[in-house]
Design a protein around this ligand. Structure first.
Ligand SMILES: *Cc1c(COP(=O)(O)O)cnc(C)c1O
Length: 478
C-alpha cells in the first residue's frame, strides 16, 4: 500500500474509531447520568425487595446502538431487579458484604487510569498500592514481613494459589499423590475440594475430621488420624482449618491445630475467607494461632464489605509460591530483576489483572479501620438479636455461633424438613429480606448470614416480621 493511500484510509477509519474516545462535554453528561442512577439506586435500597425471582431476558448484544440512559433503564430492570439485591442490607443469605461506595469510586479511577498493576516496572505506583494492601493484611493477621501475598478475585482463587504452594513445597507429584493426605473439617467450604481437583490432586486422600458440638475440629481426632496415616506409610501434607465456617460460623481451634500440623511437618492452611476480619473485633482471642498458618485466605469482598471480586492470600514460604508462579519470558526482560517479589504477577497465576488494590486501599485511607470494626461488631450483636427474636417465636436454633452466621428451623410436628423447605420457599416468594437454606446434621435448616454493611437493627426487625408472616402461611396451608 502506498503511503498516500494509507493516509487516506486512516482518515476514513478515524471517523468511526475516534467514537471510542468520548469528548469532554459528553463525558460530563454520561457521568451525570451514571451518578444520578447510582444515587437513586442507593437511596432506593431501603424500599426495594432483597430478592425477586425473575429472569433476565433482554440483555442480548445486537449491533444496534443504544443510548446510555436507555441502557441504565435496562440495567435497572434486568440486572438490579432480578435475583438477590446484593447491595442491600436485606441480603442475609450465603455470605453477603454489600459493596461500599468508596470502593466503587476506586474501581472507576482504576479503570479510567488503567495502570498495569501486575508488574512493578510497568507501574511502580499501582504495584506498590497492591503490595501495601498485602502489607496491611500481614499486620492485621500478624504474618511476618517477609511473607508474600496476592490480591485475587476471591477465596477460590486464593485457595488455588495457597494449595499449589503447599503441593510444590511438599513435592506432591507422580506416585506420591495417591499416598498424600489432606485433613479438613466436615464443614469445610467446597472450594477446598474443588481447588485440589484443579491443581491435579484429585487422587489425594481427604480425611474429614470429626467436629465438636459447636462445629469445630476435634484436635484429638485430627492428631490420631495423622498418626495413624503416618504409621501406615501415607504422606500427610496439608491441614485446612476454617476461621468462620460458611454454614455454622465456627472457628476451629487454630493454635492447637498449628501445633499438631507443625509437629508432623504438615502445611497448615487457614480458610478465613468469611471470618477473617473479625480478628479486628472483640473476637480477637478466638483467632489465636492464625499467625502460625503457612497460608491464609481472606475475602475483603466479604468482611471488608467491598464489591465482589477481591480476595487475598498470604503465604509464608515465598520460594514455594515463586516456584509455582514465577516465569520469565523474553518479551518481559525489561521488567525482570531483583524486584521480582514486588511484581504481583509472580505470586499469582494471573499476569494481567484488574487493579484490585485500589478498591481496598482507597476505602481504608478514607475511612480508617474504625468504621469497619464497628460494622463487624454490629453484625456480631445483630445475629444474637435475631436469634433471641426467633427463639421468642418458638424456632429452634443452631448452637451459639462464634461469628455472625447461624441457622434455625421450626419444630413442626410432622414433616419438619418438608415444611421448613416450604417456609424458605415462602420467604423467597416474599422477598423483602433474603435468607438461604442448608442441610446441617441431615436436617433442613434456614441460614442467617449477617455481614452486609447496610444490615441494621431495623433490617432484622423486618426479617423477623417476614419470617412470622411466612410461618403463618405455611401453617395455614395445612
Ligand atoms: C466464600 C468462601 C469461600 C470462597 O470464596 P469466593 O470468594 O466465593 O471464591 C471459601 N471459604 C469460605 C469459608 C467462604 O466463606
Amino acid at each position: 500500500m502506498k503511503t498516500e493511500d494509507i493516509i487516506l484510509k486512516l482518515a476514513q477509519l478515524n471517523e468511526s474509531s475516534r467514537q471510542l474516545d468520548i469528548p469532554e462535554q459528553e463525558r460530563i453528561e454520561m457521568l451525570d447520568a451514571v451518578t444520578s442512577y447510582a444515587n437513586q439506586f442507593i437511596s432506593g435500597l431501603d424500599t426495594i425487595k432483597a430478592f425477586q425471582e425473575k429472569e433476565a431476558t433482554a440483555l442480548e448484544i445486537t449491533n444496534k446502538k443504544r443510548s446510555l440512559p436507555a441502557l441504565l433503564d435496562l440495567y435497572q430492570k434486568e440486572v438490579a431487579e432480578t435475583g438477590i439485591n446484593a447491595a442491600s442490607g436485606k441480603h442475609l443469605g450465603y455470605i453477603p458484604g454489600g459493596g461500599i461506595f468508596t470502593a466503587a469510586l476506586a474501581d472507576f479511577l482504576a479503570a479510567v487510569t488503567n495502570p498495569y498493576a501486575s508488574v512493578y516496572f510497568a507501574s511502580p505506583g499501582a504495584a506498590t498500592v497492591e503490595n501495601e494492601v498485602i502489607n496491611w493484611l500481614k499486620s492485621v493477621f500478624l504474618f511476618p514481613k517477609k511473607s508474600v501475598g496476592s490480591l485475587s478475585s476471591g477465596g477460590s482463587v486464593s485457595t488455588l494459589i495457597a494449595f499449589t504452594a503447599a503441593r510444590d513445597k511438599h513435592k506432591v507429584k507422580n506416585e506420591l499423590i495417591r499416598k498424600s493426605v489432606v485433613y479438613v473439617s466436615e464443614q469445610v467450604h467446597h472450594s477446598t475440594q474443588k481447588a485440589l481437583r484443579i491443581i491435579g490432586l484429585e487422587d489425594v486422600m481427604i480425611r474429614y475430621v470429626p467436629l465438636d458440638d459447636r462445629y469445630r475440629i476435634k484436635t484429638d481426632s485430627l492428631n490420631e488420624l495423622i498418626e495413624k496415616d503416618i504409621s501406615e506409610g501415607l504422606h500427610p501434607f496439608l491441614v485446612v482449618a476454617t476461621a468462620g465456617t460458611t454454614d455454622t460460623g465456627a472457628i476451629d481451634p487454630l493454635d492447637e491445630i498449628a501445633t499438631i500440623a507443625h509437629k508432623h511437618n504438615i502445611w497448615f492452611h487457614v480458610d478465613a475467607a468469611y471470618g477473617g476480619f473479625f480478628i479486628m473485633t472483640s473476637k480477637k482471642e478466638m483467632f489465636k494461632g492464625i499467625e502460625k498458618a503457612d497460608s491464609l485466605i481472606i475475602d475483603p469482598h466479604k468482611g471488608l464489605f467491598l464489591p465482589y471480586g477481591v480476595g487475598a492470600v498470604l503465604i509464608k514460604d515465598s520460594a514455594a509460591v515463586l516456584h509455582s508462579n514465577y516465569y520469565t519470558a523474553n518479551y518481559m526482560q525489561d521488567g525482570a530483576n531483583e524486584e521480582m517479589i514486588k511484581s504481583p504477577a509472580n505470586i499469582s497465576p494471573e499476569l494481567t489483572k484488574h487493579f484490585r488494590g485500589l478498591r481496598v486501599w482507597l476505602p481504608l485511607q478514607i475511612h480508617g479501620t474504625e468504621p469497619f470494626i464497628a460494622c463487624l461488631e454490629e453484625k456480631l450483636l445483630l445475629v444474637k438479636y435475631f436469634r433471641n427474636k426467633l427463639a421468642e417465636l418458638g424456632f429452634c436454633l443452631g448452637p451459639e455461633p462464634d461469628l455472625s452466621v447461624s441457622y434455625f428451623w421450626y419444630p413442626f410436628e410432622i414433616d419438619t424438613d418438608k415444611k421448613n423447605k416450604r417456609l424458605i420457599d415462602e420467604i423467597h416468594a416474599d422477598g423483602s429480606v433474603f435468607l438461604s437454606s442448608s442441610i446441617i446434621n441431615k436436617r433442613f435448616v434456614i441460614r442467617i448470614a449477617i455481614l452486609a454493611f447496610r444490615t441494621k437493627k431495623e433490617t432484622i426487625d423486618e426479617a423477623v416480621e417476614m419470617v412470622k408472616r411466612c410461618l403463618e402461611k405455611v401453617n395455614q396451608a395445612d
